[in-house]
Design a protein around this ligand. Structure first.
Ligand SMILES: [Zn+2]
Length: 245
């Protein structure tokens, strides 16, 4: 098996030990303190990810655009939002091949919480996702820490609960005020350089919705297949311990 250095910002907590990292990542990072490997593929894959939803104004429209282009994505959902808009979680599950994943219950900086609080943030959302989703196959045991903030304490709780932490390889900046469609597309074009990319997007942004068709077309035109984060990381998750297995 050919392997290569995997320099994405992806951390599979069940397999590696890393040092505390508590900053928000704005670009690709090479972890000098840990080795990241991914099975090399001879084809390209991209996982679009949408954080912070479900959002009352945008989630349904995002799913509809994904369907129009016959592609799938991963939605990192916030428990509080899931409670408010369960019908939108159902809409994702029933109307697309996309997956849903955990983005904590209240979107706090987890590095400032106790292990018990971190656990509660994850479990509360986990329960909601499994209760509301139409099929447990739609929920994956991955979570993305809010703001990309995590440390060994967060990693330890995630590992205990059978979660894998996923960040991103392309930071689009789409949640920033005054960001334009042109800015986002330019950031994606200039940041795309690998056979596997995980793109961070947000559910609550009109500009994200506006440029989503062009983002999809860009990756399609460059030969990328659209997958969910569990699929892009499938080689690393074979030994994962899921609470819901
Ligand atoms: Zn977030």
């Amino acid at each position: 098996m050919t392997i290569r250095r995997y320099h994405f910002i992806i951390f599979i907590c069940l397999f590696f030990i890393i040092y505390p990292l508590t900053k928000v990542y704005e670009s690709k990072i090479s972890f000098s303190s840990a080795d990241f490997y991914l099975k090399s593929r001879n084809y390209r894959q991209v996982a679009l990810t949408f954080d912070d939803g479900p959002h009352k104004d945008f989630t349904k429209a995002i799913v509809d655009i994904l369907n129009k282009y016959n592609v799938k994505a991963t939605f990192f959902l916030v428990g509080k939002q899931v409670e408010k808009y369960p019908e939108l979680v159902k809409y994702i599950c029933q109307n697309s091949d996309s997956k849903i994943a955990n983005h904590t219950y209240s979107h706090k900086n987890l590095t400032l919480l106790s292990p018990l609080q971190i656990e509660s943030e994850l479990l509360a959302t986990q329960e909601l996702l499994y209760n509301i989703s139409t099929s447990s196959d739609k929920v994956i045991n991955y979570f993305r820490p809010p703001g990309g903030h995590f440390c060994t304490k967060v990693v330890s709780v995630a590992e205990r609960l059978g979660y894998k932490i996923v960040l991103w390889s392309i930071f689009t900046n789409d949640h920033q005020r005054n960001v334009t469609k042109r800015d986002i597309l330019q950031k994606i074009r200039s940041s795309t350089n690998g056979n596997e990319e995980i793109v961070l997007l947000h559910s609550g942004s009109n500009v994200t919705l506006e440029c989503l068709p062009e983002i999809i077309e860009f990756f399609k035109n460059n030969g990328y297949k659209f997958v969910t984060v569990d699929e892009i990381l499938e080689d690393e998750t074979d030994n994962g311990v899921g609470l819901w297995q």
